[in-house]
Design a protein around this ligand. Structure first.
Ligand code: AMP
Ligand code: GLY
Length: 421
């Protein structure tokens, strides 16, 4: 069977790697892919936001299955465009992807379907927000309504900050283009957990739990990034909480979206905060998470192909998702300067030696004159699984010590919460 994977980061490298484990997968095309993916699949250049280009690629390759990694093509309607042509595609339609692409839509949906989340108001002007602030405690969160690659959320210590943040979102100075509405919500506190569920429009089933590390600095300090590392263990939530979340969050999303006439199919990624009042949803993403996926794939006992086929064939109710017991972890090696302006084109050495200890998924790399060089803010996602988290992390960090490029930075404390440090 031939599979096309859309995307070209660490997540897609991990997904291609997982698909390769299946004997029924005979060919994988990744578009656009990267220098690491090119070692295990054929890469084809494509602009993932260009629906015509994606359609042409599918018509040329005639795959049995298409998996879309990033949010940009989902937001543009890639699933609609490809399934209209008869292709089997894993991912939500444009309407269903609104759970990620519009924070206002997601909040209103959760309110209507009684899914636990922070109290909120959608505001169309600074004046509306200023008035709404009177009904909130001083600490609030202001969120731009739209995809913002992690930059559209501002945690505010008081009303002044909230007014300033909303003003910068409306006038375009914060995100480069003006937003039409913002979501004001109460600030919650507690540990965060990423919850992944497999959905086919009818049924939602738990895939895995993971935790990522969004801040650039150790001890969760400094600016937010696309993710500096992640881990997955059996102990992130109790079996009771896991069952509760599957029923009261993931299955409710699927039931609500079906009732609304926009069935949800694909991977549902729920960002949760475990508060004193129970789990609350911070956000939905309508795809695999990055870098959580680079950790999770190493724990999959059920084949990724089997999971994806259950989605497109609408038989998730009969799918048994099994993970290997134990833990896995992923640490990101990033370029100097990331998440700000970063350097590129630096030669990466030690990749083979590092691979003796761990899987090295490429996030932002390119091949130049036969040498693998850095080509992104996040460069490598180094991952390992083991019987327990300390051992998985030890393997990852041993691999990290063998790989090098000029300016390489990484966090040495991934998994610190789970290890009680
Ligand atoms: P989001 O993109 O909505 O997940 O927000 C990004 C990050 O902002 C989350 O991972 C949280 O760390 C933080 N965050 C979002 N909403 C809240 C909230 N209501 N209270 C506290 N922190 C939040
Ligand atoms: N790990 C967060 C994301 O994929 O958006």
């Amino acid at each position: 069977m031939k599979v096309v994977v859309i995307g070209g980061g660490g997540r897609e490298h991990a997904l291609v790697w997982a698909l390769k484990q299946s004997a029924s997968v005979t060919e994988i095309v990744c578009a656009p892919g990267n220098a690491g993916i090119a070692a295990i699949a054929r890469c084809e250049p494509v602009d993932v936001a260009d629906l015509d280009a994606l359609r042409l690629l599918a018509e040329r390759e005639r795959p049995s299955l298409v998996l879309i990694g990033p949010e940009i093509p989902l937001a543009a309607g890639a699933v609609n465009a490809l399934s209209e042509r008869g292709f089997r595609v894993v991912g939500p339609t444009k309407a269903a992807a609104r759970l990620e692409t519009s924070k206002a839509f997601a909040k209103q949906f959760m309110q209507r379907w009684n899914i636990p989340t922070a109290r909120h108001v959608v505001c169309g002007t600074v004046a509306e927000l200023t008035a709404a602030l009177r009904d909130f405690p001083p600490q609030v969160v202001v969120k731009a309504d739209g995809l913002a690659a992690g930059k559209g959320v501002v945690l505010c210590a008081g009303p002044e900050e909230a007014i300033q943040a909303a003003g910068a979102m409306f006038d375009g100075s914060l995100l480069g283009s003006a937003v039409e509405s913002v979501v004001l919500e109460e600030m919650l506190s507690g540990p965060e957990v990423s919850f992944f569920a497999v959905c086919d429009g009818e049924t939602a089933k738990t895939l895995a739990f993971a935790q990522d590390h969004k801040r650039v600095g150790e001890g969760d300090t400094g600016p937010n990034t696309g993710g500096m590392g992640a881990y997955s263990t059996d102990h992130l939530v109790t079996p009771e909480v896991a069952a509760w979340l599957e029923q009261h969050v993931a299955q409710r999303v699927v039931d609500g979206m079906k009732a609304d006439g926009t069935p949800y199919s694909g991977i549902l990624f729920t960002g949760l905060m475990m508060t004193h009042d129970g789990p609350k949803v911070l956000e939905f993403n309508t795809r695999f998470g990055d870098p959580e996926t680079e950790a999770i794939v190493l724990r999959l006992e059920t084949g990724l192909l089997e999971i994806l086929e259950a989605i497109v064939e609408r038989r998730v109710n009969r799918l048994a998702v099994r993970l290997k017991p134990g833990a896995s972890a992923c640490v990101i090696a990033a370029s100097a300067g990331y998440p700000g302006k970063y350097t590129s084109g630096k030669a990466i050495v030690g990749l083979e030696e590092a691979h003796h200890e761990a899987e090295i998924f490429h996030a932002g790399t390119a091949a130049k004159d036969g040498v693998i060089v850095t080509a992104g803010g996040r460069v490598l996602a180094v991952s390992a699984a083991s019987a327990d988290l300390p051992d998985a992390l030890a393997r990852v960090y041993r691999a990290m010590s063998r790989v090098h490029f000029e300016g390489m930075q990484f966090r040495r404390d991934i998994g610190w919460r789970a290890q009680g440090k």
